[in-house]
Design a protein around this ligand. Structure first.
Ligand SMILES: Cc1cc2nc3c(=O)[nH]c(=O)nc-3n(C[C@H](O)[C@H](O)[C@H](O)COP(=O)(O)OP(=O)(O)OC[C@H]3O[C@@H](n4cnc5c(N)ncnc54)[C@H](O)[C@@H]3O)c2cc1C
Length: 405
């Protein structure tokens, strides 16, 4: 019987799991299988400083290549796991290797949704951003004066718009829903970011979809919008969400919902197989959700590592997230699903503010905009579970929020 741990995927969660296992002095053989041509690296800068050209690939890496050899962690790059034989506990790779495993972990992440083929028609100049290779392909097109259409007003689309303005492109963002950030943030937060983008010269259109793209010589040239408008465009970035990379698990008969279904210990319906990070669907306050964030990838991966060593420790997510746009830092503590009330508060400094989310009178999340104090207070309250009876104090703008802790 093999003792080997095979981690499929070589991103944030894969690195965190392998590193934690070694920190726990667990020296079983570990193989990370990564279909990208790189050792594990962080993705958030891909739509921020890396896209801007202010960060190198080396600086994205969690550890230098030698670290993996020093810690006896095999990393196979440029290789995909293609099928799983659970009865023989074997995984087949795209280079024809077959790996035996004792335990296996899915850390396969998520894949950006692409615009439908009927719209893109194979035209060049249409991009998504998930990997450093995607960002490398996109960057040479981000030239001053070019006309960029961003489809989707979520965090990645808005961050790309901000980088593009910084580089001098003309930018239009279209969002099919009635407002930007509709899936992830309150109206108050969306209003603020709409104003910020417009102040930086972005044309931001809400309730407007993409009807057609037109091309010339195989390259995108124009966009027809659902409101009848026509735009001349040189490039398009689609930021329209992502789906879990769970195809391999599904094909192997492992239970999946919106991603690979895991229990509170990160275990899938096969007790020898775990899943973590973006690809995993977990339970959160009675809902089954996926959390696409660095916090979740790291914390869930470390929990899986602990459970691989024989513990039976439940993972209780303490979500946090951030987004950088222009000189604005948004920090989010908590997870706002199911909120029924928001309270906006100005911060102490100019340009600082926060939005506090409540469900049934209980604090569930805080968006802090250039407001580190609100973030720290919100995070402390949420982490400590002291979330009841805060509403009136938060609503009273005379309250110094520090006094809440
Ligand atoms: C542009 C961008 C900006 C972001 N910004 C933020 C941010 O500001 N804050 C934040 O908290 N989060 C941010 N995120 C999200 C965060 O990066 C992810 O939640 C995190 O990377 C998830 O880690 P993961 O290990 O689950 O997946 P990933 O890091 O995506 O790693 C999965 C890896 O598995 C590989 N893989 C998939 N299938 C196979 C297979 N069959 N065989 C081999 N390899 C396979 C994939 O190619 C990929 O390399 C951002 C993401 C992106 C793309």
């Amino acid at each position: 019987m093999s003792e080997r741990l095979v981690i499929i995927g070589g991103g944030q969660a894969a690195f965190a799991c392998a590193a934690k296992l070694r920190a726990l002095n667990d020296m079983r053989p570990v193989t990370i299988v990564s279909r990208e041509d790189a050792y594990p690296y962080q993705r958030p800068p891909l739509s921020k400083k890396y896209l801007l050209g202010e960060m190198s690939l080396d600086r994205l890496m969690f550890r230098p290549v030698e670290w993996y050899a020093e810690n006896a962690i095999d990393v196979l790059t440029g290789v995909s796991a293609v099928s799983l034989d659970r009865s023989r506990k074997r995984v087949a790779l795209s280079d024809s290797q077959v790996l035996d495993y004792g335990n296996l972990v899915f850390a396969t992440g998520s894949t950006p949704r692409s615009l439908p083929d009927a719209l893109t028609q194979g035209l060049a100049g249409i991009f998504t951003i998930r990997s450093f290779a995607d960002a490398d392909r996109l960057r040479p097109h981000m030239e001053a004066g070019k006309r960029l259409l961003v489809v989707g007003g979520g965090y990645i689309g808005l961050e790309a718009a901000s980088v593009a303005r910084h580089l001098g492109l003309e930018v239009t963002v279209i969002e099919a829903a009635d407002r930007i950030l509709a899936r992830v943030a309150s109206t108050a937060t969306a209003d603020l970011f709409r104003d910020i983008h417009r102040a930086h010269g972005v044309e931001l259109l809400e309730g407007v979809g993409l009807a057609a793209l037109t091309g010339e010589a195989g390259k995108v040239k124009g966009a027809e919008l659902s409101d009848g408008r026509h735009l001349d465009v040189d490039l398009v970035i689609a930021g329209i969400g992502a789906y879990a990379e769970d195809g391999l698990a599904r094909a192997a008969g492992i239970a999946c919902g919106s991603g690979v279904t895991v229990d509170e210990c990160g275990r899938t319906s096969d007790p020898d197989i775990y899943a973590m990070g973006d690809c995993a669907e977990l339970e959160w306050k009675g809902r089954r959700i996926r959390l696409e964030s660095v916090q979740n990838a790291v914390d869930q991966a470390e929990n899986v590592a602990l459970n691989l060593t024989g513990a039976h420790e439940a993972y209780r997510p303490k979500p946090w997230f951030w987004s950088d746009q222009y000189d604005v830092k948004l920090q989010i503590a908590g997870f706002n699903a199911g909120y029924d009330e928001t309270i906006a508060r100005p911060g102490a400094r100019e340009g600082a503010s926060s939005v506090w989310y409540f469900a049934g009178g209980e604090l569930i999340a805080v968006d802090a905009i250039n407001d580190a104090k609100a973030y720290v207070v919100g995070k402390k309250l949420l982490d400590s579970g002291r979330t009841a009876h805060l509403r009136d104090s938060v609503a009273n703008l005379e309250t110094d929020i520090k006094s809440l802790i």
